[in-house]
Design a protein around this ligand. Structure first.
Ligand code: CP
Length: 331
């Protein structure tokens, strides 16, 4: 028996104030996107996934578009899948990391993006360590801006691929399902985007993790907070483990990794607390043996590689949406 978890309401207001003229050309976060918009992107991504399964040749859908991928923070999955997605749609693609750019000579972020724009970028995909950087940049350029992860704020394309993976695992519907999100919620843009998307789609979310790693605004979130990982996972339809960043220990927010693993790590016994068809997600990179036991990460319930595969399809749908919105706004 477990104590009843605490339910908090109403909806979260987000990680801060990001004043932006509303425009479908940008994807800055999942906060505020309607159920219809989320489902339309997921449906579009499913068509891309079906096509990519049988035909890997590029289309000419974005033949006239230029996509610049600007990574001011490290990335493997997001960078590669945006590159592949843009090329699959026939776009001209250019990828940069902050290393090697003239930012090191004192050029501002705004001026850097305006250089990309002057070179003909229609869509600029931005990852940056500062929450709100993509929203700020969307105000400064006419190009479409897609947030590829901004600090602790949001990672909307990760949120979309997580939704896509869950819908597939759940037989095509979110109805009647519940998910546990476990770990460092406070510093996780992945968790924040997932919470916005899932709550909009009516999926109850239960959070579990050390109190020091829960967000300050949790009392305004439409989520349930469990007192243990066992309580959170009991009868759930999925669990999403979040990456633990080792610097949290140095900051005194975690006693030790072994203590974290014992209290909050997801092993096979904890997976058995969920429904028989429940799945295990992780955004990566995984700290094997810390937030996930290796046999869980590689086990039959793991959909981690499905998340990665869905990333290309989601990013195809997002790039297409941005370019279509630009064309509509220009008409
Ligand atoms: N999930 C994710 O954002 O991974 P990368 O940091 O490798 O892009």
């Amino acid at each position: 028996m477990h104590a009843s978890p605490t339910v908090y309401a109403p909806a979260p207001s987000g990680a801060g104030v990001f004043a932006t003229r509303p425009s479908a050309r940008h994807l800055l976060g999942l906060e505020g996107l309607s159920r219809e918009t989320l489902l339309a992107i997921l449906d579009d991504a499913e068509h891309d996934l079906e096509r990519l399964a049988t035909d890997r040749s590029p289309t000419d859908e974005l033949r006239l578009a230029t996509v610049v991928i600007a990574m001011f923070e490290d990335s493997t999955r997001t960078r590669v899948s945006f590159q592949i997605a843009a090329k699959r749609l026939g776009a001209t693609v250019s990828t940069f990391s902050s290393h090697g750019l003239s930012l090191s000579k004192g050029e501002t972020l705004r001026d850097t993006l305006r250089i990309f724009e002057a070179n003909g970028a229609d869509v600029i995909v931005v990852r940056h360590s500062s929450p709100g950087a993509p929203a700020y940049l969307a105000e400064q350029v006419e190009s479409a801006v897609v947030n590829a992860g901004d600090g602790m704020h949001e990672h909307p394309t990760q949120g979309l691929l997580d939704l896509m993976t869950l819908r597939q695992a759940w037989g095509g519907s979110f109805a009647g399902r519940r998910i546990a999100i476990v770990g460092d919620v406070s510093h996780s843009r992945v968790a924040r985007s997932a919470i916005f998307g899932l709550t909009t789609l009516g999926v109850p979310v239960t959070l579990a993790g050390p109190a020091t790693l829960m967000p300050a605004e949790i009392e305004r979130m439409q989520v349930t907070v469990a007192s243990s990982v066992d309580e959170a996972m009991e009868g759930a339809d999925a669990v999403m483990a979040l990456r633990i960043q080792r610097e949290r220990m140095e900051a005194g927010l975690l006693p030790s990794l072994s203590e974290y693993t014992r209290t909050w790590g997801i092993d096979a016994a904890r997976v058995r607390r969920m429904k028989p068809d429940a799945v295990v997600l992780h955004p990566g990179p995984v700290n094997r043996g810390v937030e996930l036991a290796p046999d869980v990460a590689d086990g039959e319930r793991s959909v981690i590689l499905d998340q990665v595969a869905n990333g290309v399809a989601v990013r195809c749908a997002v790039l297409r949406r941005s370019v279509s919105a630009m064309a509509r706004e220009a008409a």
